[in-house]
Design a protein around this ligand. Structure first.
Ligand SMILES: Cc1cc2nc3c(=O)[nH]c(=O)nc-3n(C[C@H](O)[C@H](O)[C@H](O)COP(=O)(O)O)c2cc1C
Length: 501
């Protein structure tokens, strides 16, 4: 049983010589949309958003001021872009409803909740967002924004200002475990990262100031949301900051929600328990007091480049669709054309990946980003690190490693035609020494967040992108010249595609 992220990651590694076939039980396929019986439901409108380009929204700096209130229209805008159903695709056995975010295996473990107060025409309370109905299901009535789910070690900033609303992202273990078994905690975290980034974008577009919380008291948050915490757990939280100060948040006991709410965390009639998932989740539950300042993770993770080259934004930004259109048309595209990715497209993707964050935020420095350039204009083929704070890249090893990496990614052949593979990696031991096992959450969530940017950036510019969670772990680390304690966490192929959907 894994009690550290290093152990968990090692135990759930794929090995070319030991991969056992697993056939998911189709009769027990989990439902993809959580249902609560007999609770009050508030339908939402589909609302557009000001017609900004994706790069403008991603690049927005933190708002200087908190907002006074949130309107119902703004709330609808947020949900219409954060986690909506988007397009239908048809396959021989039926149809599939895509969403604004990708998800490993299309299993969508994530659920979205919000605590809302003082939104005109909406009762105060805790709500669950029903993806298929585009509606809010009221779980609690009353004012709960003052309820404290933080630990005494959670980040201090903003605690004194009363949030305007709070969002919680959870993952239901069995949805992904049905197919990926013990390895699925990786995907719970990556998928949560994708959704988290996609939730932040409408907040940025609407000029709302927010804080991301990776650190909170897991059991308080799960209890507040009424989850069966053996089956569903909270993994990320966002607070939109208001301009009113509040009395110290209250940590008083809060009522249990009825059992029917907890039962809603069950998504299949016959769920198999994967104790390893609960074990790694518990291992990552502890929040370390006052984390050390960010470390230079790249030097601890792999070979340090001899030199770094600044990659400026493209002189002429490529044509780009609006932010909303990018979200609503995003798909995983695998039909890569064997074509050179232009310098301006590459620079624009990189600019979006490096943009607008708090580079000092320790969680965002918990993972290293690199790429394998295969067919990119004016970039020597090879593997590179990216220094996101400096927008610079450094060559790790020259050579065209795209087909070797494709072989490592379970021979998903279409990846060989992608112009570039972006990857995220970390020294797991250094991560845990610095932040404890919870550091694993920071690294995976950040990788998922940046993965979402890459997907949307590619979509906006008419390129393709697809995430890859399936690879032979040891081989992937070796190819990227990582230190023995380091591992690749996630990879995404990007490049020109033959045709758009
Ligand atoms: C964490 C993660 C891992 C993924 N791994 C793979 C993969 O190994 N191979 C693949 O073809 N697609 C992979 N995908 C893409 C999903 O299969 C895809 O998102 C899902 O089928 C829904 O389709 P859509 O993205 O077109 O809406 C991955 C996506 C995510 C977010």
């Amino acid at each position: 049983m894994a009690t550290s992220a290093t152990d968990y990651h090692g135990q759930t590694s794929y090995d070319r010589h030991k991969l056992d076939g697993h056939f998911p039980d189709w009769a027990n396929k989990p439902n993809l949309c959580k249902k609560y019986p007999n609770l009050k439901t508030v339908p939402l409108h589909h609302e557009g958003i000001p017609d900004e380009k994706l790069s403008q929204v991603i690049g927005k700096k933190e708002m200087a001021k908190n907002s006074g209130s949130v309107s119902l229209k703004q709330l609808c805008q947020i949900f219409s872009l954060a986690y909506p159903l988007t397009v239908k695709s048809h396959y021989p056995g039926g149809e599939f409803l895509h969403r604004s975010v990708p998800s490993a295996g299309g299993l969508f473990p994530c659920e979205l909740y919000a605590t809302l107060e003082n939104v005109p025409d909406l009762d105060d309370g805790l709500y669950h967002y029903s993806v298929d109905q585009h509606s809010l299901v009221q779980l609690r009535g009353g004012k709960f924004l003052g309820y404290d789910v933080m630990t005494s070690h959670s980040e201090a900033s903003g605690k004194e200002s009363r949030p305007l609303m709070s969002f919680f992202i959870t993952a239901i273990f069995f949805r992904s475990a049905w197919k990926y078994r013990d390895r699925s905690y990786r995907y719970h975290l990556l998928d949560t990262g994708h959704l988290l980034e996609n939730l932040l974008l409408p907040l940025k577009a609407l000029g709302l100031r927010f804080e991301i919380h990776y650190d909170f008291d897991d059991s308080k948050a799960n209890h507040f949301l009424g989850l069966d915490s053996q089956k569903e757990v909270c993994l990320a939280m966002v607070r939109v900051l208001g301009n009113q100060t509040s009395p110290k948040a209250s940590a008083e006991n809060i009522e249990d929600l009825p059992e029917t709410c907890q039962n809603a965390s069950q998504v299949s009639p016959k769920e198999i328990q994967y104790p390893e998932l609960w074990k790694i989740h518990s291992a990552t539950s502890l929040v370390r007091p006052s984390p050390d300042p960010p470390q230079d993770m790249i030097s601890q993770t792999g070979r340090v480049p001899d030199s770094w080259e600044k990659i400026p934004q493209p002189e002429k930004w490529p044509r780009e669709m609006s932010y909303a259109q990018s979200v609503l048309t995003r798909r995983s595209l695998r039909n890569f054309a064997d074509q050179t990715l232009s310098e301006s497209h590459f620079k624009a993707l990189l600019a979006m990946l490096c943009a607008g964050d708090r580079h000092d935020a320790f969680q965002e420095n918990s993972v290293c980003m690199g790429f394998i350039a295969g067919n990119v204009e004016n970039i020597e083929p090879g593997s590179y690190w990216v220094d996101r704070a400096e927008s610079s890249v450094g060559l790790i090893r020259a050579g065209n490693w795209i087909s070797s990496m494709t072989h490592i990614c379970l021979d998903q052949d279409w990846l060989a035609r992608a112009a570039v593979h972006f990857f995220f990696a970390v020294n797991l031991e250094a991560l845990e020494q610095t932040w404890g096992p919870r550091g694993y959450r920071y690294a995976m969530l950040t990788a998922g967040r940046l993965g979402q940017r890459l997907y949307l950036g590619a979509t906006a510019m008419g390129l393709g992108c697809c995430g890859i969670g399936a690879f032979y772990d040891q081989e992937a680390s070796a190819l990227s010249d990582l230190n023995p304690e380091s591992r690749m966490l996630y990879l995404l192929g990007a490049g020109q595609v033959k045709k758009q959907f």
